[in-house]
Design a protein around this ligand. Structure first.
Ligand code: MRU
Length: 347
């Protein structure tokens, strides 16, 4: 079966296509963006989601937003670009990959100051393409590093979708699953459904099943039972932001999974591209946590599953304290505690 790619860039037409993840697994539809209009909404409404994919989308999005700015004066051009970056950056607060990618684009413009604006635009396009390509390489390396911690036949529990759909290719948490498949290994993957947006069942189960990987979907409240039955050898999840002390924000429910993993003495691995590590955020309490619409919980598919107007609390992410993490696995290597020191050393 053909693989699902979260985003593609057509260099000739200068178009970004995003797979509309809101309607998976039932419908495969790509939305085409020819300019920057709609990029903010695509990220906010989760047409595209997952920290690395959001970053890559933002990089192309800012290029699309400035390519038709006909301004020869650098300061004037840069001010427009900065404003557009601020707008896209305000779409979702938790994944640091968003501001990381936008800052990279801004820095590219700053270092090109003095060149004609048209040339700067070409360099910005090239930078977005670099970010895209690097994401693929990063994910593959994370997969190689994670694979050294696993054995053929292992059971892996994952939460949310840190898969190919959340990145440019391979995913982060799913990268070792794809590489294991290439090697002829059989990993057994348990994919938490991941309430309330169901990224685990609608996305992770879909992409792994299409790749011929052994995947079993469970609801979030079944994780403890599956672990107690000895079916899980490792938990592997992605991340949206890792603070300087190793506290890690990821999809709501990850914290609970980490407590279970600790209880059952199962290693808890964070698959982490280094752009997700934010040394400017000292600890988990400082990570901004997005709260999303109440209807994600009460009226998910147009059917009310709670009384209308009931009070709702819907934090989209939680923070796993660093004490619950066995290792943070990056493209540059595997980081063990003490995280504060070892994260600094690897960057
Ligand atoms: O709200 P989402 O679907 O964007 O949340 C995604 C996650 O929490 C992922 O685990 C994280 O971004 C890592 S993706 C490689």
């Amino acid at each position: 079966m053909s693989e699902l790619i979260s985003l593609t860039w057509d260099d000739e037409k200068e178009e970004l296509s995003l797979l509309d993840q809101r309607i998976l697994p039932n419908t495969i539809n790509y939305i085409v963006y020819k300019n920057g209009d709609g990029i903010y909404d695509a990220i906010k409404d989760m047409v595209v989601r997952g920290a690395p994919a959001i970053g890559v989308t933002a990089a192309y999005g800012i290029y699309l937003s400035i390519k038709d700015v006909y301004e020869n004066n650098f300061e004037a051009f840069f001010n427009i670009m900065k404003e557009k970056c601020q707008y896209i950056n305000s779409s979702r607060p938790t994944a640091v990959n968003l501001s990381w990618a936008l800052n990279r684009m801004l820095n590219k413009a700053i270092e090109s100051k003095g060149m004609p604006v048209n040339e700067i635009k070409s360099l910005l396009k090239a930078e977005a393409k670099n970010i895209h390509k690097e994401d693929i390489d990063i994910c593959r390396k994370i997969g190689e590093n994670l694979l050294t911690l696993l054995n053929d036949g292992d059971g892996i529990l994952t939460h949310c979708n840190a898969g190919q759909l959340a990145t440019s290719k391979y995913g982060t948490a799913t990268a070792p699953m794809y590489l294991a498949k290439e090697k002829g290994w059989n990993l057994r993957v348990y994919s938490d459904e991941t309430r309330p947006r169901l990224q685990g069942s609608t996305l992770t189960a879909l992409e792994l099943q299409r790749a011929g990987i052994d995947v079993t979907t469970i609801t979030d409240n079944m994780a403890a039972v599956v672990m107690s039955q000895g079916k899980i050898n490792a938990v592997i999840v992605g991340c949206d932001r890792i603070a300087a002390n190793g506290d890690t924000a990821n999809k709501i429910g990850t914290f609970g999974v980490s407590i279970l993993a600790k209880y059952f003495k199962i290693p808890m691995y964070i698959a982490a591209p280094t752009p997700s590590i934010d040394l400017n955020t000292p600890c988990g309490e400082d990570i901004p946590i997005e709260e999303r619409d109440a209807k994600e919980i009460t009226c998910r598919f147009g059917v009310w599953t709670a009384p209308k107007n009931v009070k709702v609390y819907n934090p989209s992410f939680d923070v796993t304290p660093h004490e619950n993490i066995t290792a943070i696995v990056t493209e540059k290597g595997i980081i063990y505690p003490p995280f504060e020191e070892n994260l600094r050393n690897i960057l």
